[in-house]
Write a protein that binds this ligand. Structure first.
Ligand code: NDP
Ligand code: DGY
Length: 327
């Protein structure tokens, strides 16, 4: 990229434990400063290190807001986030400053759909509750109704956010023989829905008619707290609620009350507010919830590819060519 004698672009990478391929690609072409900890860079260090950089390699743990963009100005040209979600980035502010933003759609779709299915089955069939009984002496004998959950066969599954991952989840649900698959979103997706025989309905109908509600929409001002006391009240008492999108689409206090008071039956979350969820959070005290630590895309090959794509997006952004994926 830069011939001998030319200044190499300066890149800041916000943590040390990203898969090596991304670091190697960047180091071949750029002067790379890495926050040398396998944990998110502290805010003060991010604000200090971004000064004078041409590019930033970040993750969803780094809030890239107007303060960061102000410090980054005028040198920053490109941000690569190792994620498909970009709600942690002030994209409007980036556009205003002419900063290009790269992200990693598609590559993690299958891994995340797979994990969402695992969470869904673990929640509907009470796997973690049942597993504990093996070790705590609660398993006395096979019993006719003990640890019974609800199978997917014959059920109505409602998907909120029928995008890349939502559609892949729908495809994986079909072999379980549901009676209906419903979806909602801002746009009707007729051809994709036809592949899985899914019906486009409004949010309220989806809440009212679904046995399992699966959330896979992007986080935006429109979707913040879209699952609140009112929405849980519209769901069936037997409903199972699954969220693998972002914690902030759920009013967590309302979810806690809904689970505690039997407004809905159970929930499975891969994402929470905050992350990590404090170990003494009220949700952790409930037995009818499965909580995972945001591992949707945590398949090693997927993460390696996410690292590579993020680095390529950055390098392409720096030289001003088309990125693999740009927001
Ligand atoms: P897509 O952009 O393909 O899909 C997002 C979907 O959200 C779109 O179908 C969009 O529908 C829908 N949406 C937006 N606004 C609303 C709304 N108001 N009501 C209902 N639906 C809405 O993204 P992906 O499928 O690739 O990823 C989805 C999200 O999943 C990411 O943004 C990220 O937050 C999360 N994610 C979580 C992971 C994890 O580890 N748990 C891993 C990967 C992603 P429309 O087009 O109609 O607006
Ligand atoms: C994303 O990419 O947005 C996920 O939350 C992590 O892979």
């Amino acid at each position: 990229m830069a011939s001998t004698g030319e200044t190499r672009p300066k890149v800041f990478v916000t943590r040390s434990d990203i898969p090596q391929i991304g670091l190697d690609l960047l180091k071949a072409e750029c002067d790379v400063t890495v926050w040398e900890q396998p944990s998110p860079v502290p805010r003060t260090e991010l604000l200090r290190n971004i000064v004078g950089k041409d590019a930033l390699f970040c993750t969803l743990c780094d809030k890239i807001d107007s303060d960061v963009l102000e410090k980054a100005s005028p040198s920053l040209k490109v941000i690569g986030t190792m994620s498909v979600g970009y709600d942690h980035i002030d994209v409007g502010g980036c556009k205003a400053q002419g900063i290009r933003v790269g992200y990693t759609p598609d590559v993690l779709t299958d891994a995340t759909a797979e994990l969402t299915m695992a969470l869904l089955l673990a929640t509907t069939r009470r796997l973690f509750e049942a597993n504990k009984e093996v070790y705590n002496g609660g398993w006395k004998s096979w019993a006719p109704t003990w640890m019974c959950g609800q199978g997917l066969k014959g059920s109505t599954v409602g998907i909120v956010g029928f995008g890349r991952i939502g559609q892949e989840v729908a495809k994986r649900i079909v072999p379980f023989k549901p009676s209906r698959i419903l979806y909602t979103g801002r746009t009707e997706r007729k051809s994709e829905a036809a592949e899985v025989n899914a019906e486009y309905v409004n949010f309220d109908i989806l809440l009212k008619e679904s046995d399992v509600v699966v959330v896979l929409c992007a986080l935006s001002p429109e979707t913040v707290n879209m699952f609140n006391e009112e929405s849980f009240a519209k769901m069936k008492k037997s409903a199972v609620f699954i969220n693998a999108s972002r914690g902030a689409v759920v009013d967590q206090k309302a979810l806690y009350e809904a689970l505690r008071n039997g407004v809905i039956t159970s929930a499975g979350l891969d994402v929470t507010t905050p992350e990590p969820l404090p170990v003494d959070d009220p949700l952790t005290k409930l037995s009818n919830i499965v909580i995972l630590p945001h591992i949707g895309s945590a398949d090693l090959r997927t993460r390696i590819e996410m690292s590579r794509i993020t680095a390529c997006n950055i390098l392409q952004g720096i030289i001003g060519t088309q990125m693999i994926a740009e927001v």
